[in-house]
Design a protein around this ligand. Structure first.
Ligand code: SAM
Length: 300
C-alpha cells in the first residue's frame, strides 16, 4: 500500500486512535542524564570515543577543509593536553563524566590508573565492553563518599563540569582528592545571555570555587581552538542537512500537494526548531557569549 493512504487509514481507524491515546498518556519520561540520545548520536557520527569539541592547533582552519578524521585527531589532542596536566601519575585519576572512554584510553597508554564515572547506561555498556578500567555507574553527585575519601591524586572533568550541580559536586571533589591533589577542568562557561543555556555562568562558578575553598592555579582560554568543530557542525547543518530537508519538502509539494498542505504547520515548526538549533552551533555567537577554558584547580 502507498504510504499516504496507509497513514490516513491508521489515523482514522478507531483502534489506532485508541492506541495512540494510550501510548501518549502512559509514556515514561526517561531522565536524560541516564540515557542521553544527543551524546549517543555524537558517538555514532564521530570516529573515536570522545564526546568533546576537541582542540585544533590551527584555529583559522576553514570548516569546508575539515574532515571527520581531523575532528578525531583534534579530540585526541585535547585529551593529550589534559593528560599532560596530571602531575601525580602514580596516584589514581577519576574521570568524572567519562563519556565513551576516550580519555581513559589516553591515560591507560601512559600507565596511569584511571577510573571512569558515568550515569549514562549506554556509555557504561560501551566502556565495560571496550576498556579494562574500573567504572562507577552513577551521577557524580551520588558517588559513595566514605569509600572514596582521599583516594584520587587527580579529578578530571572533561566537558562534564557543565552538567554538575556545583553545590553538591565541589564538596565531593574536596573530599575525594588527596592532600596535594588537583582538579583538571576543561569546559565552556556563559558570560552573557547566550542563545543556548548550557554551561555554568562564569561569575557564579568563580564564587562557588571561593565558597568551597578552591583556587584556579592555571587557566588557558582555548576558545579559538575549539571553534573549528562548532564551525564544522554549523556548516554541515546549514549547507547540507537543512537543504536536504528543504529538498524533501519540495518533492512532497510536487508529488503530494494535499499531504504537503496537511503537514504545513508541522513543517513550519520543524524549520523553526532547526533554525534555533543552528544558532547554538553558530561559532560567532559562541565566541561572543561563551568562553572555553582549560584549568587546573587546587585547594586554596
Ligand atoms: C559532553 S560529555 C563529555 C564526555 C567525556 N568527558 C569526553 O570528554 O568525551 C558529558 C559527560 O558528562 C556525563 N554527565 C552528565 N551528567 C553527569 C553527572 N551528574 N555526573 C557525572 N557525569 C555526568 C555525561 O553522561 C557524559 O559522559
Amino acid at each position: 500500500m502507498k504510504i499516504f493512504p496507509a497513514l490516513l487509514l491508521r489515523l482514522l481507524h478507531p483502534i489506532h486512535i485508541y492506541r495512540l491515546w494510550v501510548l501518549q498518556r502512559t509514556r515514561k519520561g526517561v531522565n536524560r542524564v541516564y540515557n542521553d540520545p544527543q551524546l549517543k548520536l555524537y558517538h555514532r557520527l564521530l570516529p573515536g570515543d570522545h564526546l568533546h569539541y576537541g582542540y585544533f592547533d590551527d584555529p583559522h582552519i576553514s570548516p569546508v577543509d575539515i574532515s571527520l578524521g581531523m575532528i578525531y585527531r583534534a579530540q585526541e589532542r585535547y585529551a593529550e593536553l589534559l593528560a599532560d596536566l596530571v602531575v601525580h601519575p602514580q596516584q589514581r585519576v577519576l574521570d568524572v563524566g567519562c563519556g565513551m572512554g576516550g580519555l581513559l584510553g589516553v591515560l591507560n597508554k601512559r600507565g596511569i590508573e584511571a577510573l571512569g564515572l558515568t550515569p549514562d547506561k549506554n556509555q557504561a555498556q560501551h566502556i565495560r565492553k571496550n576498556y579494562p578500567n574500573k567504572l562507577l555507574e552513577c551521577k557524580f553527585e551520588d558517588m559513595e563518599v566514605d569509600e572514596n575519601a582521599a583516594q584520587f591524586g587527580t579529578v578530571i572533568t572533561s566537558e562534564s563540569l557543565q552538567y554538575l550541580d556545583l553545590k553538591r559536586a565541589l564538596p565531593l571533589i574536596n573530599q575525594i582528592l588527596v592532600k596535594e591533589g588537583r582538579w583538571i577542568a576543561c569546559d565552556y562557561f556563559r558570560e552573557g545571555a547566550a542563545a543556548e543555556k548550557s554551561g555554568h555562568y562564569w561569575d557564579y562558578f568563580v564564587r562557588q570555587l571561593e565558597e568551597h575553598g578552591f583556587k584556579i592555579v592555571m587557566q588557558q582560554n582555548i576558545t579559538p581552538h575549539i571553534l573549528p568543530t562548532i564551525a564544522f557542525a554549523h556548516h554541515w547543518s546549514a549547507h547540507v542537512i537543512i537543504p536536504m530537508i528543504e529538498f524533501g519538502e519540495e518533492k512532497l509539494l510536487v508529488k503530494a500537494p494535499g499531504w504537503h498542505y496537511m503537514f504545513k504547520n508541522f513543517l513550519e515548526s520543524m524549520y523553526e526548531k532547526l533554525n534555533k538549533n543552528l544558532e547554538t552551533v553558530d561559532p560567532e555567537q559562541f565566541a561572543a557569549k561563551k568562553k572555553y577554558l582549560l584549568m587546573v584547580i587546587e585547594r586554596a
